[in-house]
Design a protein around this ligand. Structure first.
Ligand SMILES: Nc1ncnc2c1ncn2[C@@H]1O[C@H](COP(=O)(O)OP(=O)(O)OP(=O)(O)O)[C@@H](O)[C@H]1O
Ligand SMILES: [Mg+2]
Length: 348
């Protein structure tokens, strides 16, 4: 086992933000909050004084936003720029220790793997816990099928709490194979940064009632959503102790039609760029009319899956062209709004 302590690259919040901003459309608050949290994390782990004194506590982050608004995407892009081990875990795969499913130790095990087995490096890493809202405490215990024990909900939250708080835990060295047959190493989670994300969809539906005599007409839709408080999250089934360990709470917005249009065209890995490249490999020039892209955005909004729906739509629209590509070398294909409507009608 390697023992040497690596020094992480120092990036300013602005540098981190700029990288995120190249890819993630909108979500300004979230990009800034995540940039600050990552910066502080690097500061904490690289300044021996700060680390030793233990005065500066971690600023674990909780991202809340509707499906397809960029939560997981933001995390992946963050991982890319920080030269620190970064593990992404899906909370729904975990159960309380001793039950069928993964123990939370496996999350740290995955981080260790990302760190190439270097414990000191893993102890500086970041764990992104996705779908955290799915481990809400279930009030109706009868339905968990576990004889009243809430092994996937509260049980997981309790285990996560211990890990977030910081503890030395024995973690599997090798998570790729059946891990309980393998060696364990001691890893301290005190300085690991946790970023959690969830949709908490039942909470987002609550709108602020119109105050008497006021009309909210004309206000943007998002302004009418109620601010989500810790009490709301507790009512959803999150244990207060866990929320207490996630002090930075950021709400992410549903993407507007303008945002979706930008998602299609602006990021370096945008879908338009991807499909243009793909066709170029067959010597075909693919051109999208703006109105055609707008028609796709309108359809995407109907499906209510956020930006996640765009790839599927692109596949539906380009289906015939993708099939015929090898026979169309040297041609230019223009995607018009009429073509989009025709294709979508066919795909239904
Ligand atoms: N704000 C955004 N900027 C650019 N692309 C985005 C954005 N939001 C989503 N996307 C695109 O949509 C895809 C799906 O988004 P993502 O996986 O981040 O959704 P999510 O918020 O994690 O949703 P869920 O709650 O369903 O997991 C991403 O891979 C990305 O291509
Ligand atoms: Mg996600």
């Amino acid at each position: 086992m390697k023992k040497q302590k690596p020094t992480p690259v120092e990036l300013t919040p602005e540098q981190i933000y700029k990288h995120l901003d190249r890819y993630v459309v909108g979500q300004e608050k979230a990009k800034r909050a995540v940039a600050i949290a990552a910066y502080q994390h690097i500061k904490r782990i690289s300044h021996p004084g700060l680390k030793k004194s233990g005065i500066v506590k971690k600023s674990n982050v909780l991202l809340i936003g509707p499906t397809g608004c960029g939560k997981t995407y933001l995390a992946r892009r963050l991982a890319e720029i920080l030269e620190l081990p970064f593990a992404i875990a899906d909370a729904t795969e975990y159960t309380e220790a001793g039950y069928y499913g993964k123990d939370v130790e496996v999350m740290a095990g995955e981080l260790l793997q990302r760190a190439g087995g270097n414990v000191a490096l893993a102890e500086m890493g970041i764990i992104f816990i996705d779908e955290i809202d799915k481990v809400a405490r279930k009030s109706d215990h009868g339905r968990t099928g576990s004889g009243g024990r809430d092994i996937g909900g509260e049980g997981v939250q309790q285990s996560l709490l211990r890990m977030l708080e910081g503890q030395k835990m024995y973690i599997p060295e090798n998570v790729t194979q059946h891990w309980n047959k393998h060696d364990f190493v001691l890893l301290d989670t005190t300085n690991i940064l946790f970023i959690c994300a969830g949709t908490f969809s039942d909470l987002r539906a609550e709108k602020i009632p119109n105050p008497p005599g006021f009309s909210t007409k004309g206000l943007p839709e998002k302004a009418r959503f109620k601010k989500i408080t810790n009490e709301d999250l507790t009512r959803h089934g999150m244990i207060p102790e866990l929320l207490g360990r996630l002090p930075v709470m950021v709400r992410m917005d549903e993407l507007s039609p303008e945002d979706l249009l930008r998602v299609l065209t602006e990021p370096p890995d945008s879908l338009v760029n991807q499909y243009k490249e793909l066709m170029k490999a067959d010597d075909i020039e693919l051109v999208f009319e703006v109105e055609a892209l707008k028609a796709m955005v309108a359809e995407c909004q109907k499906r209510k899956v956020g930006a996640r729906g765009l790839r599927g739509l692109m596949e539906e629209v380009l289906h015939d062209h993708l099939f015929d590509a090898p026979n169309m070398r040297g041609q230019t294909l223009a995607i018009t709004p009429t073509y989009v409507h025709e294709r979508l009608a066919k795909a239904e």
